[in-house]
Structures are given as structure tokens and as C-alpha cells.
Design a protein around this ligand. Structure first.
Ligand SMILES: Nc1ncnc2c1ncn2[C@@H]1O[C@H](COP(=O)(O)OP(=O)(O)OP(=O)(O)O)[C@@H](O)[C@H]1O
Length: 278
């Protein structure tokens, strides 16, 4: 497991956080401190508030109560956060090259238009492209690239601004297993080399299992935060889902049995995790 540093300010600190929409409280009394370089997976059934947690960190949703700081500074500051969305293929007609997409991540950091800054901008873009091994296709039109190639460029875009925190919203969805492994490894490499804290929303923990330091598991207003072993066990998930859930380790994968049914029959309305088919 990655050893988080204790000497520096947390990359993310949420204390006493509460978020609700009308009468629905997604979570309250939520305390989470994420160290630089730490990899935190956010799990839970559909509608449990995973994306809303990311949106709160992005400053798009305001807490009803509690406080957030990023990199030791109160509030959320867009410049210190990188964001990787779900994989959505770009249309073939999109008039952007991969390099242009990555450049948008650099421009978010307010580079000027002078000659020197143009040169620095190009260096930054090249570096980000190299970090995801995308030099071979970065100049091709985005719409002609595979889903995995596009997603690697989105990782580069999110990292181009040297963020303190990298927020990932199911970035492996609809990628094939080889590309899932590749994108997950890229994110892991970055947090180890640059101390970027990673908050990774996912329905499927297995592709990131080797990298996860801690899990935040949300179910219907309840949550548990701990190491993978502390959270991903039969007792803890049965308590969270309020029904019998079994967590089995099969080779190097986790198989969760019973959570899908619990989510379908509970208030959540949709299946929870697809690890049963893992
Ligand atoms: N802006 C909003 N206004 C009202 N309700 C919202 C808003 N954003 C989210 N919600 C509600 O909050 C709940 C949690 O949504 P959220 O998208 O965070 O869940 P999730 O765990 O990410 O789900 P999924 O796995 O389906 O992506 C849902 O019931 C959703 O309808």
C-alpha cells in the first residue's frame, strides 16, 4: 500500500460535510481527509451520491453544513483540481486533435499568449502527452481515435495543469479490460510520481484494486470509510445494505454477492455493483 505523507497538509479535507437535495440527505457528518498521493475509491449503488461528492469537491454543489479545504486552503479552487469524466466517444466530426484537448487543460491554468508562454505551453502539452504514452496519436483528429486512446488524452488533459487532486468519475466505463488496466496504471503512476491525490468513483473496484489505499462506500445515506479490507468485507457491506451481502476474494479479485438485489429492492432503485460477474 502507498504510504501517505503525514507532514504536509491534506490534499482534501472535508469535515462535518452534509449534502441534501430537498428532503433527501445524501450524506451528513461526513469526515474525510485525503493525503497527497493517496488513492481513494468511492463506491456505492446508483443514486448513493458518488458523483455528487465529486461535484461538491469541484465546487459545483455547496455543502449544507461542514467545510472543505483543498491543498490546505479553505474552499474548492478549480485550479488545483484535475477532472476526468466518464468516457464519452467524441464524434468523428469534432474538429479537435488530441493535442488540442490536452492544451485545454494547460489553458485552464491561465497561460498568456506571449511567445515565451506559447513555448512553455507546448512543452507542458508535450509532457502531458508523453505521460500517457500518446505521442503516436496525439496529432490525429479526436473522433478517429479509439475510446481507450481518447480516454488517455483526457487523463493527460486533467494532469496538464499539475493538479493537487485528481477527481475521476468512472473513467474506465466502456473501456475494454486492457485499456482499463492501462488508464488505471497511468493514474497510479502519476499519484506516485507527483503526489497527486486521487478520488476515483467507480462501480467496479477490481480494475483499481491494486492501487486503492482506502474506500468510501456510500449506501442510502450511510457510509463507511477505511482500507479495502476494512470496508470490502461481508460484515461491513451487510451492515451498510441492511441485508446479507457476501464478499469473496477469488484469486486477485473481489466478488460481491447480494448487493445488486439489495439495491434493487431498497430505495436506491438500481443495481449496485457488477462485481458478481467479475
Ligand atoms: N442537482 C441535483 N438536484 C436534485 N437532485 C440531485 C441533483 N444531483 C443529484 N441529485 C440526486 O442525488 C442522488 C445522488 O446522485 P448522484 O449522481 O450523486 O449518485 P451516484 O451515486 O453518482 O449515482 P450513479 O452511480 O447512478 O452515477 C440522486 O438521487 C440524484 O437524483
Amino acid at each position: 500500500m502507498h504510504e501517505p505523507s503525514t507532514a504536509v497538509a491534506p490534499a482534501i479535507e472535508i469535515s462535518g460535510g452534509r449534502l441534501s437535495f430537498g428532503p433527501r440527505v445524501l450524506w451528513s457528518d461526513f469526515d474525510l481527509s485525503v493525503a497527497p498521493g493517496e488513492f481513494v475509491a468511492i463506491l456505492g449503488p446508483n443514486g448513493s451520491g458518488k458523483t455528487s461528492l465529486l461535484r461538491t469537491l469541484l465546487g459545483q454543489y455547496q455543502l449544507d453544513a461542514g467545510e472543505i479545504s483543498i491543498g490546505g486552503r479553505a474552499g474548492t479552487s478549480r485550479g488545483s483540481i484535475g477532472y476526468i469524466p466518464q468516457q464519452h466517444p467524441h464524434d468523428e466530426g469534432v474538429p479537435l486533435r488530441g493535442r488540442d484537448l490536452v492544451g485545454l487543460g494547460v489553458d485552464g491554468r491561465s497561460w498568456g499568449i506571449g511567445f515565451r508562454n506559447r513555448k512553455q505551453r507546448k512543452l507542458k502539452v508535450d509532457l502531458a502527452i508523453d505521460q500517457v504514452d500518446a505521442r503516436g496519436f496525439a496529432d490525429a483528429p479526436l473522433g478517429l481515435l479509439s475510446g481507450g486512446e481518447q480516454q488517455r488524452l483526457r487523463v493527460a488533459q486533467a494532469l496538464a495543469g499539475d493538479p493537487v487532486v485528481l477527481l475521476c468519475d468512472e473513467p474506465l466505463l466502456s473501456l475494454d479490460p486492457a485499456n482499463q488496466a492501462r488508464v488505471a496504471a497511468l493514474i497510479d503512476r502519476r499519484r506516485r510520481s507527483a503526489g497527486t491525490a486521487v478520488v476515483f468513483v467507480t462501480h467496479e473496484i477490481n480494475p483499481v484494486l491494486p492501487y486503492v489505499d482506502r474506500v468510501v462506500y456510500l449506501v442510502d445515506g450511510r457510509f463507511r470509510i477505511g482500507t479495502t479490507d476494512e470496508v470490502m468485507n461481508s460484515q461491513t457491506l451487510s451492515e451498510l445494505y441492511r441485508t446479507k451481502v457476501d464478499v469473496l476474494r477469488v484469486r486477485d479479485r473481489l466478488v460481491v454477492v447480494g448487493a445488486d438485489e439489495a439495491a434493487c429492492h431498497g430505495d436506491h432503485g438500481h443495481p449496485a455493483m457488477d462485481t458478481e460477474t467479475a
